[in-house]
Design a protein around this ligand. Structure first.
Ligand SMILES: C=C(O[C@@H]1C=C(C(=O)O)C=C[C@H]1O)C(=O)O
Length: 262
């Protein structure tokens, strides 16, 4: 979302935020399709596999190495000053361009669930999304991984804005304040959950994955599409059911629990 050009009060409307989440579905599906063309490539995820890293005293995995290098350069162009961008690695260098003046929409917080996103991505997504084995495309694999992880992270941390918008609803605010003061996580979760929005999302996601995963015939008279999909549709839906929606809600709850702090 462009936080700078709009008025601050516009940036926090729930319909507008939901549109951003819908747009990010496309980003996530296309990133997964890109990753799915390569094998699992376990070597990318094994610590200490690479001479270059070892000679620099780095004993993490190839993905960790690549991600930390990418995040360093992105930090320099002030990516992580944007209120919807959260890094996986650190410490990171200061930006080399002056800071932007972002409107202060969110209450100050240090919520970052990227460790959980990484764990789910490596343990559940990659093994089910990609063909088993090793095709040696380690650079391409890590590049695609970083794109998937960044898109997921942005989507999930949008929960902060969604929570703020929900909290600002004058009809609901007294209830939120009561539940926050009582530290009643269950009641907060119930109040912020919108089952209809979640159901509509999962249906839309299935259709999108089905359509985006097809090759479209060039011949305009032949509207037939290929049967062989580039991505397993069930995996995309499961990713949202088991990871994206629950973690977004976790971010929302964490944010609200700290909403009344000084
Ligand atoms: C993000 C929202 O909050 C909750 C989480 C949702 C999600 O992660 O997609 C959907 C509906 C809500 O239960 C929302 O209301 O849009």
């Amino acid at each position: 979302m462009n936080f700078i050009s709009g008025k601050p009060e516009d940036s926090i409307s729930l319909p507008k935020l939901r549109n951003t989440l819908i747009r990010l579905e496309d980003t996530i599906i296309f990133a997964l399709i890109e990753r799915a063309q390569f094998s699992v490539n376990d070597n990318v995820y094994k610590p200490g596999m690479y001479k270059y890293e070892q000679s620099n005293g780095f004993d993490g995995t190839f993905l960790e190495y690549f991600l930390s290098e990418v995040e360093k350069v992105h930090a320099k162009v002030r990516r992580y000053q944007s209120p919807d961008e959260y890094p996986f690695t650190g410490p990171l260098p200061e930006p080399i361009i002056p800071p932007l003046n972002y409107p202060q929409i969110l209450k100050h917080n240090n919520i970052n669930v990227n460790d959980k996103i990484m764990k789910f991505y490596l343990e559940d997504i990659v093994p089910s999304l990609c063909m088993p084995g090793d095709d040696q495309n380690y650079g391409s694999t890590a590049t695609r991984d970083v794109e998937c992880l960044q898109a997921l992270s942005q989507r999930i941390h949008y929960g902060k804005f969604v929570a703020e918008a929900k909290f600002l609803d004058p009809k609901l605010q007294p209830k939120y304040i009561e539940y926050i003061k009582n530290r009643d996580v269950g009641a907060i979760e119930e109040l912020l959950t919108d089952k209809l929005v979640e159901e509509a999302l999962l249906k839309r996601l299935r259709r999108k994955a089905l359509i985006y995963g097809q090759d479209i015939e060039e011949n305009l008279n032949n509207l037939q599409t290929t049967k062989q999909l580039k991505i397993n549709v069930d995996i995309v839906v499961e990713l949202y059911e088991k990871c994206v929606i629950p973690l977004t809600k976790e971010v929302e709850i964490e944010y609200l629990l700290a909403r009344l702090d000084e």
